[in-house]
Design a protein around this ligand. Structure first.
Ligand code: NAI
Length: 249
């Protein structure tokens, strides 16, 4: 890691994978801004406190990343407090699962708004300081579902597939400014999001995972730490699967 502490913004970091990413980046001496929805303010504060308790530096910036005005406020707060932004992790995401024929346009719109438009808005806002600095790291948390599809998740798979395309395009646009943009495609990770699935569905998924277990949020966090580090300086526009071998093609 750089000698100068790097400033990282992690969206949806009050719990689950985002929280693990925030803790991991802090452990690698980044100063971390924990974003989450205002309703999840208590868990965001708890995540920031967990970082401070272990000697790291963290603060919170609440806001709904699907809203342009919230994103502007969050990024402005980061710049007002720290004067720069080195790492953006677009992690916030939601599911509203339903078979396509029964999927409501509202469920389609909300999932696209958070998982795809939210990443666009945060990336656009973060690029302003990163382009000035002529350095930056953006890591998008996509999903293997965005590569292979999944019944019941047309909205989510479309959003994550779009996020992968956004990653590749953005990587090409900003490479000359010293900014890398990569995606991670997790498989099945044990969090609140996946705990809701029926036991039978989980067992069916498990049968397809060569490593024969679900991943932990820390498995994704380790991959983010790598892509955000100097070791990954020559890697951009890539999708790194963290899925226990589920997708190999
Ligand atoms: P989670 O549901 O446990 O946590 C998501 C967090 O994002 C919550 O704290 C929530 O309040 C926050 N959030 C939701 N909408 C937001 C918004 N509009 N603005 C700001 N924050 C918002 O989910 P989990 O499992 O930790 O997922 C994190 C990311 O990883 C998501 O993008 C998800 O799609 C992705 N992912 C998860 C997998 C899994 O198996 N758990 C697999 C593949 C991808």
């Amino acid at each position: 890691m750089n000698a100068q502490p790097r400033i990282a913004l992690v969206t949806g970091a009050g719990r689950g994978i985002g929280r693990a990413i925030a803790l991991r980046l802090a452990r690698q001496s980044a100063t971390v801004v924990v974003n989450d929805m205002a309703e999840a303010g208590a868990s965001a504060a708890e995540a920031a406190a967990a970082i401070s308790d272990t000697g790291g530096r963290a603060s919170t910036a609440l806001g709904d990343i699907s809203k342009e005005e919230d994103v502007a406020r969050v990024v402005d707060a980061v710049l007002a407090e720290y004067g720069r932004l080195d790492i953006l992790v677009n992690n916030a995401g939601i599911t509203r699962d339903q078979l396509l024929m029964r999927m409501s346009p509202d469920d389609w719109d909300r999932v696209l708004a958070v998982n795809l438009k939210g990443a666009f808005l945060c990336t656009r806002a973060a690029l302003r300081p990163m382009v000035k600095q002529r350095s930056g790291r953006i890591v998008n948390i996509a999903s293997v579902v965005g590569m292979i599809g999944n019944p019941g998740q047309a909205n989510y798979a479309a959003a994550k597939g779009g996020l992968i395309a956004l990653t590749k395009t953005c990587a090409k646009e900003v490479a000359s400014r010293g900014i890398t943009v990569n995606a991670i495609a997790p498989g099945f990770i044990d969090t609140e999001m996946t705990r809701r699935l029926p036991e039978q569905v989980k067992q069916e998924i498990l049968k397809q995972v060569p490593l024969a277990c679900f991943g932990a949020p820390e498995d994704v966090a380790g991959a983010v730490a790598f892509l955000a580090s100097d070791d990954a300086r020559y890697i951009t526009g890539q999708v790194l699967r963290v899925d226990g071998g589920l997708v190999t093609a």
